[in-house]
Write a new protein. Structure first.
Ligand code: AMP
Ligand code: TRP
Length: 333
């Protein structure tokens, strides 16, 4: 079956190994299946739900785009653009906010986490963030959305909005309820300092994550210092249940080498961590360094990156503005 894929990444600074394994690597695999039509968006309107420095934001939009291209996304095969260049996203978001119910949004756990204790001070944008995300997806009739496990609830909200709209306006199948594509293995890459915490750009410890622009020395050093337990590497997968750090490092190795965790365990069982960490660091460097140097090279040519985004936006705009036109017709505007 042919799939229409849509996904987005926020341009909020340093991309790390979790973003690469959990999202971007998957985007590339999906793009390279000729049955798929893929649209990848740098979601800059989502980024401004929390305060951004304008100069930094501009830089981060280009950097995320460069990371997409350096990782293997091809603007000739996929549509690559940034959200704010296509007005239909904002317009669609308003219309869909009249379909979504307060009760649905009140259940969103990410808002609760991001708003923290003082939710009165959170922006209204942060609260309605999932509606903009629904507009992103529904305007392109996307059938499948590759995301990390943390976005599953937002995808369910998009499905609820699509179904309610179709029902309210007696327009069956006009909006397509999208399916999430969540990787079964390696869906969550954990912090190198705590196997129970997600690798995240907001972690204050640099040693907790590997950034896509880390040097070879930084990568070797971070992996050398990564937390482990005192036992040798496990003999079988069941032993990983109580060893989150071992599971995470073996998961990173397996994912980057495109092999099952079982095969990785067979390769290293009984060996000690120092030997495994050497191999892991070399593998991470092999996979990440070419991406990192390509990002640096691409960022020197801002004109080229802006052109990729502008050309992508033109293609996206054709699809999204046609959908908005029909959407408005259905509701009597
Ligand atoms: P974010 O940086 O939170 O906007 O995430 C961009 C994409 O990377 C989303 O699809 C996330 O689910 C994914 N992602 C972020 N952190 C991780 C992680 N530690 N492990 C796996 N996927 C992640
Ligand atoms: N909310 C997503 C995240 O933080 C990013 C996003 C915005 C997105 N719009 C989207 C992902 C549409 C998939 C589809 O990771």
């Amino acid at each position: 079956m042919s799939k229409k894929i849509f996904s987005g990444v926020q341009p909020t600074g340093n991309l790390h190994l979790g973003n690469y394994i959990g999202a971007i690597k998957n985007f590339v695999d999906l793009q390279n299946d000729p049955n798929n039509f893929c649209i990848y968006c740098v979601v800059d309107l989502h980024a401004i739900t929390v305060k951004q420095n304008p100069e930094e934001l501009k830089k981060n939009i280009r950097e995320t785009t460069a990371a997409f291209i350096a990782s293997g996304l091809d603007y000739k095969k996929s549509i690559i653009f940034n959200q704010s260049l296509v007005p239909a996203h904002s317009e669609g978001s308003w219309i869909l906010s009249c379909i979504a119910r307060m009760g649905w949004l009140n259940r969103m756990t990410q808002f609760k986490e991001k708003a923290g204790k003082d939710k009165e001070k959170a922006s209204v944008g942060l609260y309605i963030y999932p509606i903009l995300m629904a507009a992103d997806i529904l305007l392109y009739d996307a059938t499948h959305v590759p995301v990390g496990g943390d976005q599953k609830q937002h995808l369910e909200l998009s499905r609820d909005i699509a179904n309610k709209f179709n029902l309210d306006f007696n327009s069956p199948d006009f909006l397509i309820a999208p399916e999430p594509l969540i990787q079964k293995n390696f869906a969550r890459i954990m912090s190198l300092k705590d196997g129970n915490k997600k690798m995240s750009k907001s972690d204050p410890s640099e040693l907790s994550r590997i950034n896509l622009n880390d040097s070879t020395d930084e990568i070797f050093n971070k992996i050398k210092k990564a937390k482990t337990d005192t036992q040798p590497l496990p003999e079988n997968e069941n032993d990983l249940a109580t060893r989150p750090e071992a599971e995470n490092l073996l998961g990173i190795y397996s994912s980057l080498n495109d092999q099952s965790i079982k095969n990785t365990i067979n390769e290293f069982s009984g060996k000690n961590f120092s030997e495994f960490k050497e191999k892991l660091a070399s593998l991470v460097v092999d996979k990440i360094s070419p991406i990192s140097s390509e990002i640096k090279k691409l960022l020197k040519d801002e004109k080229f990156i802006d052109e990729v985004l502008n050309n992508g936006a033109q293609k996206a705009d054709k699809i999204a503005s046609a959908k908005i036109k029909n959407l408005k017709k259905i509701i009597g505007l």
